[in-house]
Design a protein around this ligand. Structure first.
Ligand code: PLP
Length: 401
């Protein structure tokens, strides 16, 4: 690692929304003024005592925070190191996404908005957003690719039960990328009345900063819990990276702790060729997607490439600007885990600890298992971003019994 020890690492974007070379605000001129309003409102509300009291109350009594920190004793004794799990899988709605969905919905209310517009891929962000909208009495439009709607029926049904409008997107590949495109153009037509609630630390400034802030509760809790439980800091952190929200939520609290090694785990899918994976930080080149600059999977002509992972929540061709920045300064390392390794870890955690992880989170578990075998004396903190209920049918039908 080539960290300059003088430098503060956990920086915020500059006024143009850049962290080093990444991020920014590549948007329609019409939106600039509205985005300035959202930025200013967020920056004042994030330090507002009443706003934080309201959010803290919901996180505690509605989401069930603080989420547990669990020492995975069986997994640890099998693989050598001490492996600890931050249990975001125990949150209401089953993953970390509710942390930022509630924050975004509360922000929408304070801004006087009546509606939330969001995109969803597998439906996890859609369900979390629809949940927060129901709670706050806001209208909710969720854009979802037609292909994903067919694949993810239980989540589509949940969104409908929660009162959201699910809008089927039929352009292009009929998947997540097109859903974001259409949700943005819908938002452009009604930003006076609505706010865009993005699903990860991606998109134009200030969205990555906002989502990161609401997810940083994970690391704040985990750092304190880890010190209480073990008397020391972890030797390393491991989290899966799709857009990067659960990972940055954990990492932020430890960025200045120079002894703590940081690993983000990207999906290698079926292989290293473009189109076979969704490992943007590993195989991507600098590019712009959905209003921000990041490491982006591109084909030989510089067009956005198709992303693939068995875990649909990791299936995005770009990645949050802060991860690109942390990689560029050498503070975090980004590694990969294949579909097969993730599925093996899915079963391994289920059968050693009685915890069925989401396929996304299984990527982090898989890397922890690999890492533990080479670092038997270390303490590893893994972010278990979500539970695997949503993946059970798929695993049984297509992978194995
Ligand atoms: C959506 C999702 C992810 C990926 O999103 P990030 O923004 O990279 O955290 C990871 N795990 C689970 C369980 C998810 O639902």
């Amino acid at each position: 690692m080539t960290v300059n020890t003088e430098q503060k690492i956990n920086i915020q974007p500059n006024t143009d929304g850049f962290l080093g070379n990444y991020g920014g605000q590549f948007i329609d001129e019409n939106l600039k003024e509205e985005f300035k309003k959202i930025t200013d409102a967020f920056l004042s509300l994030k330090d507002d005592a009443e706003f934080n009291k309201e959010l803290d109350y919901l996180l505690r009594h509605y989401v069930g925070r603080p989420s547990a920190l669990y020492y995975a004793k069986n997994l640890s004794s099998r693989y050598g190191a001490e492996i600890y799990l931050k249990r975001e899988d125990l949150n209401h709605t089953g993953a970390h996404k509710i942390n930022h969905s509630l924050g975004e919905a509360l922000l929408a209310k304070k801004l006087g908005k009546k509606k939330i517009i969001a995109e969803t891929g597998a439906g996890q962000h859609g369900v979390a957003t629809a949940t927060a909208a129901a709670l706050m009495g806001l209208e909710c439009d969720i854009y979802m690719g037609e292909t994903d709607i067919q694949k993810e029926k239980p989540n589509v049904d949940k969104m409908k039960i929660l009162g959201a409008n699910v809008i089927s997107v039929t352009s292009g590949k009929k998947s997540l990328k097109e859903a974001v495109d259409e949700a943005f153009s819908a938002y452009l037509k009604e930003y006076d009345n609505a706010i865009y609630a993005i699903g990860s630390v991606v998109g134009p400034h200030p969205f990555p900063m906002i989502v990161e802030h609401f997810q940083s509760v994970i690391g704040k809790e985990a750092r304190k819990q880890f010190l209480e439980l073990t008397g020391s800091l972890p030797d390393c952190l491991i989290a899966c990276v799709g857009g990067g929200s659960n990972a940055i939520g954990l990492f932020d609290a430890f960025l200045e702790d120079k002894t703590v090694k940081i690993y983000g785990v990207e999906p290698l899918g079926k292989g290293t060729k473009i189109g076979e994976n969704a490992a943007s930080l590993t195989f991507g080149k600098d590019g712009v997607i959905h209003g921000f600059k990041c490491k982006l999977l591109q084909d030989e002509n510089g067009n956005v490439a198709n992303a693939y992972s068995i875990a649909s929540g990791l299936d995005y061709p770009g990645v949050g600007p802060k991860h690109c920045y942390l990689q560029s300064i050498g503070r975090a390392d980004y590694v990969t885990i294949s579909d097969k390794e993730a599925v093996d870890a899915f079963f391994e955690l289920s059968r050693t600890e009685g915890i069925i992880p989401a396929l996304e989170s299984s990527h982090a578990v898989a890397y922890a298992i690999k890492y533990a075998q080479n670092h038997p004396n270390e303490k590893i903190l893994v972010n278990l971003s979500g539970r695997g209920d949503k993946d059970v049918d798929f695993i049984i039908e297509t992978v194995r019994q």
